[in-house]
Design a protein around this ligand. Structure first.
Ligand code: DAH
Length: 344
């Protein structure tokens, strides 16, 4: 009986002190398991005098029951504590700002291209893209650029074979659109895309760059329409105070041909380094579509006429965002491209 009482005290003490469920389980096995002391006491009963057996048996059973119950209570309490500790440890602070995944940004050239597209779509133009590799026929022949013209020089153009080349200007798309629309459809399109030339890259030249061709064909399209259109575009892009001026020029596919200047958006026309002191910035080439071009595509130049223009996208972007080196567009430095996020 003494031993039993001693065992009871020892077990209760240990079970009270145990700090976790694993330890509690060990104690359960230790005291109540098959080889444990309680079981030992049960076995020892056989050596007792007969009359003592029932009372002792009852005591051992009571002890077994008491310890089991106590272990259950402790188990619940420890489980609760462990859960609380786990919750505390894994606590998520939902007020912390999340990690923002890094998103890409629009490339400045695409920003300008999109702005131009939106502008011309607003004026009723369609956007048409062509192939980068084109027939010499559309790049030069149909553009009224004769066989011996320097623009065709192998030095300037990137030929795939004698008949096919990487387009040197988006005017090649213009010629395809003309052929597809002839002989009697009016046209109002802009054709953006990459163009390629054999050029040594420097601050203002790139062997690959972007243009946007414009083409309007109708029965009464005048140079005044061209001027009005470009004036509208210049104001939209560079501000309401912009003025546009035409200077006579030459392109084989237009007659008359003009080069178009916009009054400087930096100095407002007074003269500054951006406009090299002239107050004007050259932005594009344009003109009335040459009768030969119309004829070759299948239009009757007596009845149909129109205008065309070619915009350099890099030049527009450089002017608009004050970029001083064309190579920035193509070196894919994230510090450069991410600057344009605020314009999106
Ligand atoms: N194709 C010319 C170039 O690459 C740009 C150009 C000038 C296009 C006048 C035109 C135009 O449509 O009318 O330099």
């Amino acid at each position: 009986m003494n031993k039993l009482e001693q065992l009871r005290q020892e077990a209760v003490e240990k079970i009270t002190e145990v700090k976790n469920l694993n330890g509690l389980n060990d104690l359960r096995v230790l005291y109540l398991g098959k080889k444990g002391p309680v079981q030992e006491l049960m076995k020892a009963m056989k050596d007792l005098p007969k009359e003592e057996k029932p009372a002792f048996g009852q005591k051992v059973n009571e002890l077994k029951k008491e310890l089991s119950q106590f272990i259950e209570e402790r188990k619940e309490a420890l489980a609760k504590l462990e859960m609380e500790a786990k919750i505390e440890k894994e606590k998520i602070d939902i007020t912390l700002p999340g990690r923002v995944p890094e998103l890409g940004t629009m490339h400045p050239l695409n920003l300008v291209r999109q702005e131009l597209e939106d502008l011309f779509i607003g004026l009723g133009y369609q956007v048409i893209e062509g192939d980068d590799i084109v027939d010499d026929l559309y790049c030069f022949e149909r553009a009224n650029i004769p066989k011996d013209h320097p623009a065709r020089d192998m030095q300037d153009s990137l030929y795939i074979n004698p008949e096919r080349l990487l387009r040197t200007h988006t005017t090649a798309i213009q010629m395809v659109v003309l052929e597809q629309s002839a002989p009697d459809k009016a046209i109002k399109v802009v054709c953006p895309g990459k163009v390629y030339r054999r050029d040594d890259d420097d601050a203002t030249h790139s062997h690959q760059f972007m243009q946007m061709e414009g083409l309007v064909i109708g029965e009464h399209v005048t140079l005044a329409d061209l001027k009005g259109t470009l004036e509208f575009a210049a104001k939209k892009l560079f501000g309401d105070e912009r003025k546009v001026r035409f200077r006579p020029s030459f392109f084989p596919f237009t007659e008359p041909s003009v080069e178009v200047d916009v009054s400087c958006h930096i100095c407002g026309g007074k003269g500054c380094p951006t406009c090299k002191g002239t107050g004007w910035i050259e932005v594009l080439g344009a003109g009335e579509v040459h009768p030969n071009v119309l004829k070759m595509a299948g239009y009757d130049p007596e009845k149909w006429n129109g205008f065309a223009f070619g915009i350099g996208i890099e030049r527009m972007a450089m002017l608009k965002y004050g970029i001083d080196d064309i190579r920035h567009f193509y070196t894919n430095d994230k510090r450069f491209t991410s600057t344009f996020k605020r314009f999106e």
